[in-house]
Structure formats: C-alpha cells, structure tokens
Ligand binder design. Structure first.
Ligand SMILES: O=C(O)CCC(=O)C(=O)O
Ligand SMILES: [Fe+2]
Length: 313
C-alpha cells in the first residue's frame, strides 16, 4: 500500500477529459488515496464557482433567520428533511450533542419514476427565494460528481463500471447544509462542532468549508487537518463502502474541532451518496475472507445508524 503524509489532491478533469494515460493515473491515485486515508481532495470538478457561491449565500441567509422562523421547518421526520436545531445529533457513543444546526435535502425522483413516493418529501423555506432552485441544482451536481468518483473507483475494486451507478440511481442521498454557530460561552466543555465519527453512506462529497476545522484520524492514530484549496471538494469513504469492501477502503474517522482563532460561524455542505434503499450491502466476493459483515439492505443499515446518532424517533 502506498503511504502518504498529506491527503492527496486530484484533478477530476484528468478523468473526465484526459487521455488514456491521464485517466489511468487518476484511477490509480484515487484508489491509493482512498485505500490509505479514505479521503482525497478533488479540484477541477466542473461544479461552477457561481453555484457554490450562491449555495453559501442561500445557506447563510437561512441560518441567520430567527429561531421561530427556522423551527417552522423542523420536520419532526427524524431529521431527514428540513431543519434540525443544535443539540439533536451526536456521534455514535458520544456524550454530548454536536454544536451544529443543519438542513437536509433528499432525493426527488424523476416524474414517472417508480421511486416516486418512496422517500419523504422535501421541505422548502419561503426565504431565501432561490433556496429550492439552488439546492436542487447543487444536489444533482454533487450526485453526478459522486457517481463519477465511484465509476473511477470501480476498476480498482474489480467491479463493473456501471455497478455503483445502478446501486445509487435515484438513491437515498442527502445534501446537508451545515451551520456551526460561534461556540456559545456556556457550551459544555466536552462539546465540539462535530465529534469523531464515520459517515454512514458509500462516499461523501464535501464542499470545502468556509473555514478550517475538519480533521481525519490517520493510520498512526494522529489527527490530520484536511484543507482543500478554495472551491475544492473533499471526498471521503463511508461505512457502506467499507462494508462492501470488507474495510479494504476504510471509513475514516473524522471530526470538526472548535475554532482556536476568532469564534465565528462555520458553514459546510456535505453530500452523502447513498444506495437505493433495497440495495444489498453484501461484501464483494473478491474481499471475502471470513471476517466480512453479514448482508444487510442499505435501508436497514441506515435505520440502525440513524437510531444510534439520535436522528430517529
Ligand atoms: O463540516 C465538515 O467539514 C464535515 C461535516 C461532517 O463530517 C458530517 O456532517 O458528516
Ligand atoms: Fe462526516
């Protein structure tokens, strides 16, 4: 296994527009970065700066509204749609909730799709006016970026190019708009912006945050800051990918620490790429060695994990 001291940064255009050699290099670098860290940084991903800027403006516009307005969109659906206030979600086994509030946007299957009605409907705030259009566009762009990343990973995992695209087609993916407010003076001393956790899903595409704080736990047990260049995407593997590869691709533990500089808000936007609910998370035959986890559907696994993090009623 290739070893690294920093999270590698890759250019997606090598894969999407490069010649055969550039594509092969991208495929190899993605695999090596994912294998070692479960994380890579992605630039030249084709998602426009204008869309990312609009998304950050719309997100900050919503989160700075009065609490009673935000609470109108508290769906009570176990936090899977609309607004969730601070104090609700905590990492598996955590003692205190994270210092964050967030908004969840789910899949909107195409007209005529047999997935219509399967997912909870999205909620949309009245303000800002471009919220729905902006985040449906961003959802689709990040979903496509995630599917391309899995397509690029497929040859290294010895699965068909279309394997992950079929598994995630109209899947139960979530776009999460996160706001970490300035840390309150009376915050529990143990509380952090996001306590150490692993993501539940296949992979996460994270629009690099408005400020630093994200750290991953490396193979030596040390916390390593993850800093993408401006407008880069951070891509990490979740438990579902670890499960089907029998931890060959690790779901790396990560966290968001409280600021040590100015105590200001932090915004980020992770997109959690999920399979379709009925997809089987069986370990691929090429990774079986007797230590693999039992078969489970993506939806059963998700429900177990939502309960563990306090987002299921
Ligand atoms: O805010 C970040 O940079 C990371 C958030 C995260 O890890 C998560 O929501 O799962
Ligand atoms: Fe995460």
């Amino acid at each position: 296994m290739q070893t690294f001291t920093e999270v590698p940064e890759l250019s997606l255009s090598d894969f999407t527009d490069g010649d055969a050699a550039a594509r092969a290099d991208f495929i190899a670098a993605l695999y090596e970065g994912f294998r070692y860290f479960g994380f890579i940084i992605l630039r030249d991903h084709g998602i426009s700066k204008d869309l990312l800027d609009r998304a950050y403006i719309a997100s900050a516009d919503f989160f700075t509204r009065p609490m009673d307005e935000k609470m109108r969109y508290d769906s009570g659906l176990g936090g899977q749609r609309g607004y969730t206030k601070t104090g609700r979600e905590q990492a598996v086994g955590g003692k205190v909730p994270d210092l964050k509030e967030f908004w969840h946007i789910g899949q909107e299957p195409a007209e005529g799709s047999d997935m219509r009605g399967v997912y909870q409907p999205n909620l949309w705030p009245d303000h800002p006016a471009d919220f729905k259009e902006t985040f449906l566009t961003l959802y689709k762009a990040l979903e496509e970026a995630g599917q391309v990343m899995l397509e690029a990973l497929a040859p290294s995992l010895e699965v068909d190019t279309e394997y992950f695209r079929a598994m995630t087609f109209e899947g139960n993916s979530i776009l999460r708009l996160l706001h970490y407010p300035p840390v309150p003076e009376d915050a529990d001393p143990d509380a952090v912006r996001a306590a150490a956790h692993e993501d539940i899903n296949l992979i996460t595409i994270l629009v690099a945050a408005s400020s630093s704080g994200l750290e991953l736990l490396d193979r030596n047990g040390e916390w390593l800051p993850v800093e993408g260049s401006k407008n880069a995407l951070i891509v990490d593997a979740g438990d579902m990918l670890a499960r089907i590869t029998n931890n060959h691709i690790p779901a790396t533990t990560h966290r968001v620490v409280n600021p040590d500089g100015p105590n200001v808000s932090r915004y980020s936007m992770p997109f959690f790429l999920h399979p379709r609910p009925e997809a089987q998370l069986s370990c691929l035959p090429q990774f079986r060695n007797g230590s693999e986890m039992p078969d489970i559907t993506a939806d059963d696994f998700l429900q177990q994990r939502l309960e563990a993090i306090g987002l299921k009623k």
